[in-house]
Design a protein around this ligand. Structure first.
Ligand SMILES: NC(=O)c1ccc[n+]([C@@H]2O[C@H](COP(=O)([O-])OP(=O)(O)OC[C@H]3O[C@@H](n4cnc5c(N)ncnc54)[C@H](O)[C@@H]3O)[C@@H](O)[C@H]2O)c1
Length: 436
């Protein structure tokens, strides 16, 4: 099939590359001239595990191409995916201007039947709005399908190639057939293609993300409570998670959720509720608790240094909002850095993939290290904010030798409390007792 992807970011590029991998011809459109030039030269503009191999292979096979021209894109594909940003508005709603703006342009450009697929995360009713925006200018028959994306950054290729489910929201038999044909190669092991109405498909995505954010936040509150009453959240987590109704995943406490999806999606669902006269009390609480959680380590750092942080140097391991990505959108590390800078602290950071994005944001307000160990040299403390695997078993002798004080504030609970006690490192984590 001939596929066009409009918006070649984390979702669009992975979608385009993986659809090319099953033999489709794919043209990716993006408004970012530099990004398109980079991709045309064969370079992947984001860090996403295994993407580069598929990307190179499909470019070589002439199945994956890039352009800045929406006109070329619309005339090329039988299916046109919208993988455009839906960022947070000032009032928490999803900003639909990218999606509806492109839809209006598509209306002027289509000359034969197309299936327009919305892959962006959008509020209930957007498929209808996209239809109206296209119809304003279109003189030809078309269908609009809601096809929310569930891939996780860091595992995006794996998730796209072997999805747990595919959700298709459409009332058009013709469009449903086209979508099933496109996705059948990805569900050969029997995972379902769930066909439903457009509104339910749109809400499925928000409900899934809001539920996961709630699960994380619930566990963070349990962790905060553990600290007050002397319980150990790791034991509680395992005790809870073995109940199959609860499940083991998404129970790890930490310094809050971040990223390009959970924060904005929880707020957008909350705002949609408000707009329809429904107050999502639970989401209100999730948003509030998560905001506090992102900087929950700061009072602990202040307590250690007896409120005298000015002029101290603090090393940070991990800037990305989670491991295996270079994405720093809403990353807790950034909130921690801002707090530290406000308190006159010098920050030295290390992250395996995300340093250049943070450097663009902060310039020389903080410094960066080439290795995780050089960040510690002469620092007064270490804060861990992302659970990259390379941080899991460091050489603690080296850590102790390099730091001015043997103290670690761990926002991701990477180390065993007993090991830290034996190492003689002051170790402050989340929902567990402080040692030394
Ligand atoms: N990132 C994720 O993990 C993830 C997962 C599931 C769903 N989503 C949703 O998918 C959508 C896209 O997210 P993303 O993370 O890929 O965004 P992104 O910011 O990484 O990419 C969006 C791309 O769209 C391009 N763009 C903007 N305006 C354009 C226009 N008018 N024409 C062509 N291109 C244009 C941008 O230059 C950018 O390359 C969002 O709605 C998001 O909520 C994201």
């Amino acid at each position: 099939m001939k596929i066009t992807i409009v918006g070649t970011g984390y979702v669009g590029l992975v979608t385009g590359t993986c659809l090319a991998e099953t033999g489709n011809e794919v043209l990716c459109v993006d408004i970012d001239v530099q990004k398109v030039a980079m991709m045309q030269q064969g370079n992947v503009p984001i860090y996403e595990s295994h993407l580069d191999v598929l990307f190179q292979r499909n470019i070589k096979a002439n199945r994956l191409k890039f352009t800045t021209s929406l006109e070329k894109g619309v005339s090329f594909g039988d299916i046109v995916f919208l993988a455009l940003p839906t960022p947070e508005d000032e009032d928490g709603a999803a900003d639909l201007s990218y999606v509806l703006g492109v839809a209006e342009q598509i209306g002027r450009l289509i000359a034969d039947y197309k299936v327009i697929v919305d892959k962006s995360t959008v509020p209930v009713g957007t498929t209808e709005s996209v239809k109206r925006a296209i119809a304003k200018n279109a003189k030809i028959d078309f269908d609009v399908v809601s096809n929310p994306e569930f891939l996780r950054e860091g595992f995006a290729v794996e998730d796209f190639l072997k999805p747990e489910r595919i959700v298709i929201g459409s009332s058009s038999d013709r469009a449903i057939e086209v979508m099933k044909k496109l996705y059948n190669p990805f569900v050969r092991s029997g995972n379902p293609i769930l066909v439903m109405d457009e509104k339910s498909a749109e809400l499925t995505k928000y409900a899934a993300n809001a539920f996961l954010a709630t699960k994380i936040t619930f566990m963070n509150e349990i962790a905060n409570f553990c600290e007050r009453v002397g319980a150990d959240v790791d034991k509680v987590r395992i005790g809870m998670g073995t109940d199959s109704r609860i499940g083991k995943r998404f129970l790890f406490p930490g310094i809050g959720y971040g990223g390009s999806c959970f924060p904005k999606d929880v707020k957008a669902l909350h705002k949609s509720g408000k707009d329809s006269g429904y107050n999502f009390e639970i989401l209100n609480a999730v948003i509030k608790v998560n905001n506090v959680q992102k900087t929950i380590l700061i009072p602990k750092v202040e307590a250690y240094f007896e409120n005298d942080l000015k002029g101290k140097t603090i090393a940070i391991w991990g800037l990305a909002f989670k491991p295996e990505t270079d994405d720093i959108r809403e990353a807790p590390a950034l909130y921690i850095i801002n707090e530290l800078l406000n308190k006159g602290v010098k920050v030295v950071a290390f992250d395996p993939e995300a340093m250049s994005s943070v450097q663009r944001k902060y310039g020389n307000k903080i410094s960066f290290s080439d290795t995780m160990y050089s960040a510690l040299d002469n620092a007064d403390a270490l804060i861990i904010s992302t659970e990259w695997s390379i941080f899991r078993t460091p050489n603690f002798n080296k850590v102790k030798k390099l730091l001015n004080n043997a103290v670690i504030f761990d926002g991701r609970n990477l180390y065993d409390i007993n090991d830290m006690e034996k190492e003689g490192i002051t170790y402050v984590s989340i929902g567990r007792k402080e040692v030394n």
